[in-house]
Write a protein that binds this ligand. Structure first.
Ligand SMILES: [Cu+2]
Length: 194
């Protein structure tokens, strides 16, 4: 075929050399495929964030990690689940090497729950599988996540940010219980069993 269309200005290419127009056409096709992949991946991120109600922190709240146990919102007596006067629930937690304090939390089903969590030492992660609760816990800052549990049950709560040699053992439990088990407004709640 090369002989039948031979042109002195365009001699046939040696074996193994791809003509320039074929290279350009192929590159354009791969460019389109790559752009389509990027668009799909971006769409997956946006759609899953919307469907999962994930959202970045709406505010920046600082706290002194060296005095958590001495004063303020995160003193030991103030940790755990607290029922607010409006019936919603606030859960305060400290993450530290290598445990969440308190280790077991009880929250009511079908009620707005606000987790407020901070770290006493290094960066930890707070994650409740199959919910929109997923945040980093950075020393010096208060992470706040709001959610509502649709059904009763137990959630295991792993630290999901590597925080040191004991990281793999840093687990806690969130126990979602019927509304009436959580108590009256301003009453503090603890797990019956750890
Ligand atoms: Cu950890």
């Amino acid at each position: 075929m090369a002989e039948s269309t031979s042109n002195p200005l365009h001699p046939p290419l040696p074996d193994g050399i791809v003509p320039e127009e074929v290279v350009i056409r192929t590159e354009k096709r791969w460019l389109m495929i790559m752009l389509a992949m990027l668009a799909v991946m971006l769409a997956v991120i946006v759609v899953s964030a919307i469907m999962g109600a994930l959202h970045p922190a709406s505010n920046v709240e600082v706290i002194d990690p060296t005095t958590l146990h001495l004063q303020g919102e995160f003193v030991e007596s103030n940790l755990g689940t607290a029922v607010e006067p409006d019936g919603s629930v606030t859960v305060r937690i400290i993450a530290e090497q290598y445990e969440f304090v308190p280790r077991c939390l009880q929250v009511p089903v079908g009620t707005p729950v606000k987790f407020r969590i901070t770290s006493a030492d290094v960066i930890h992660g707070f994650l409740l599988p199959d919910t929109n609760v997923n945040t980093m816990v950075v020393p010096g800052f208060v992470a706040e996540v709001r959610t509502r549990f649709a059904k009763v049950g137990d959630y295991v709560m792993p630290c999901h940010e590597f925080c040191g040699l004991g990281h793999h053992g840093m687990w806690a439990h969130v126990r979602v219980v019927p509304r009436e088990q959580v108590g009256k407004p301003l009453e503090r709640v603890t797990c019956a069993t750890q």
